[in-house]
Design a protein around this ligand. Structure first.
Ligand code: DON
Length: 594
């Protein structure tokens, strides 16, 4: 094995009292139904105490929310409660996920999101697994150079205003998921969201802060009256009622998704687009269809990973990273320089492949089987230098990011699980508020390669495979993921917001649980890092690595960068006979169960 003996001398600081010693060796179940197990069997994973660096802002050893039957973790307590209400009325995880999704549109408007799109990975306790892609598509009038001006420079129109908007997919996707896997009607699962919009709710600090942050963008696109009465953002504690949104939701609940794509709501969206010189027409909306896809099925140290295939890169990149890391029988101790090195180099290779090769499968053929194979991972592992960072070409640094995507994890009493990530892309998307329908529209067009070699708002430098074309889905990093234990039972439901840091955060939470044997609370609170190949640099959370580790990594050739926080995850995990849920400790939200 290439891992040389002198690597041990590079393990500068051991943060864990016990070295990682995961030695699972059971073969993973193939891509086949897994046995129905209800109620959930005890999880085989015994957790152990994590140790974080002394400067880290979270303490290890805290507790997640625990419940006997079911659990939902999302970025909004009200949205988690909406889903739990549906579960208590007899709904399954898919019914509850759709209820939570529509409630997030009301209570978490910065991300979401009937004006955007997303992905859902579903695993039913009877063994069926599926993935649905309701990513936005480029309007028919889109062109590959639409964001490049006559001087060859990129404009900001891929992120701001009407030209940034992709054809929204969420309503169609959630309705389709419900039709195939749910047990309740759209009308019934949407009631909690309709009530929240019609009767209102109290603005929490996350919403209040996001309205302050989004003010310039939104006002520049004509405003959004319910959120900015008299032009000023609603304050924490204000009561927010959204009559136009309540009407839109009622129309969808009563008439189905067709009203959004071919009926009255389509008319409203198309009229606003025409007024603002945007591209989306009634034809664009009428042509939108969500796509069922086979999940990426892989294994990591004996557990099964179910993840999202393209048009999201999430599953391929997560799986490629995990496969590379699995080539070592055990990872170095969490928090050590060698742990950071191995994980960062795995991420670097996964992102190089992602940014060069992946795109909408309707337009590009990517070698997904190869990229997610164990043989490819071994070749990638062999290219990792034992004690040096592998340099990547340098590009301009990524812009800062806010809260614009949201992930929620749902499990029910049968053992069904749903992982959903959904987004408007930037905070409040394009800033365009469709007043008649009470919703914001996304700026997802920026996820395309607007100009090969030039970074997008997340610093992602992407290639031809992700060039703009009419009707094409823009490549995503969203990574809704379900982990099954070796008995085929749901172990972990996880995903995140945060652009490319979604992939690296989702992967690290999986590593924390499987390799680190951390509790869910520790796995979520553990310091995170991020490496995306371009721009070259290892980003870590302030205080998340000890100075000695930072010094070692710098000596190994890493350009170290700190940020306050990385990504925003919401996860559910099975522990014994119960479920634990945890919303992002760095942000807002709540896990609610019963
Ligand atoms: O699909 C993607 O990869 C991006 N549109 C996600 C953006 C995002 O997560 C921003 N969030 N905090």
């Amino acid at each position: 094995m290439r891992r040389s003996a002198n690597r041990s001398s590079l393990i500068v600081v051991l943060l864990g009292a016990v070295a990682a010693s995961c030695t699972h060796s059971h073969p993973a179940p193939a891509n086949a139904p897994t046995p129905r197990v209800s109620p959930p069997a005890p999880a085989p994973v015994a957790t152990r105490a994590a140790v974080f660096p002394s400067g880290w802002r979270f303490e290890a050893g805290g507790h997640a929310t625990e419940a006997e039957h079911a659990m939902i973790a999302s970025n909004s307590r009200l949205a988690s409660e909406a889903g739990v209400e549906i579960l208590k009325r007899g709904g399954n995880a898919v019914d509850a996920a759709v209820a939570t999704g529509f409630a997030l549109e009301v209570t978490f408007p910065a991300a979401g999101n009937i004006g955007g799109g997303g992905y859902m990975v579903i695993h039913m306790a009877d063994g069926r697994s599926a993935a649905i892609d309701y990513r936005e598509v480029a309007p028919l009038a889109a062109t590959r150079t639409m964001y490049v001006d006559s001087t060859g420079h990129l404009t900001n129109q891929s992120t701001v205003g009407p030209l940034a908007v992709g054809v929204p997919g969420s309503v169609a996707g959630m309705a389709e998921a419900l039709k195939r896997f749910g047990t309740m009607s759209l009308h019934d699962v949407m009631q909690p969201a309709i009530t929240l919009a019609a009767e209102g709710f109290t603005v929490d600090s996350a919403l209040a802060q996001s309205l302050v942050a989004g003010k310039t963008l939104i006002m520049g696109q004509g405003g959004a009256a319910p959120f900015y009465p008299n032009g000023e953002p609603l304050a924490y504690g204000a009561h927010l009622v959204q009559p136009a949104l309540a009407r839109t939701l009622r129309l969808i609940a009563d008439k189905g998704p067709e009203v959004f794509y071919k009926g009255e709501i389509a008319d409203t969206i198309a009229a606003q687009m025409a007024r603002m010189h945007g591209l989306i027409t009634k034809e664009d909306l009428a042509r939108y269809v969500p796509e069922w896809r086979d999940p990426i099925v892989g294994s990591y140290r004996g557990d099964t990973i179910l993840a999202m295939p393209p048009s999201s890169s999430g599953g391929v990149s997560t799986m490629e990273s995990l496969n590379i890391l699995e080539t070592w029988p055990a990872l170095p101790p969490f928090g050590s320089a060698m742990y950071a090195h191995d994980v960062a180099e795995a991420f670097r290779r996964a992102f190089i492949d992602r940014n060069r090769l992946l795109g909408d499968p309707a337009f590009v053929h990517a070698p997904i089987e190869r990229l997610t194979s164990k043989a490819y991972a071994r070749a990638m592992r062999d290219s990792i230098l034992p004690d040096r960072a592998t340099p990547s070409p340098t590009f301009t640094a990524a812009r800062g990011e806010g809260m614009h995507t949201t992930h929620y994890s749902v499990v029910d009493a049968h053992g069904d699980a749903v992982a959903t990530t959904t987004t408007l892309n930037s905070l409040y998307g394009s800033g365009v508020y469709v007043a008649g329908a009470g919703m914001f529209l996304n700026d997802e067009m920026d996820d395309f390669t607007s100009q090969p070699g030039t970074p997008n708002q997340f610093g992602l430098v992407q290639g031809e495979a992700n060039a703009i074309a009419p009707g094409k889905r823009m490549l995503s990093a969203m990574s809704p993921t379900i982990v099954l234990d070796r008995n085929g039972n749901v172990l972990l439901v996880v995903g995140a917001a945060g652009g490319p840091t979604i992939i690296t955060t989702t992967t690290q939470i999986i590593l924390n649980v499987i390799d680190g044997r951390m509790s869910l609370s520790d796995a979520m609170k553990a310091p995170r890092m991020h490496e995306q190949a371009w721009p070259d640099g290892l980003v870590y959370e302030r205080g998340g690595l000890s100075q000695a580790v930072v010094d070692s990594l710098t000596a190994m050739g890493y350009t170290m960068r700190t940020v306050h926080g990385l990504a925003n995850a919401n996860a559910v995990m099975r522990v014994g006979d119960a479920w634990q849920g945890m919303s992002e400790p760095r942000s807002s939200g709540a896990a609610v169960g019963y």
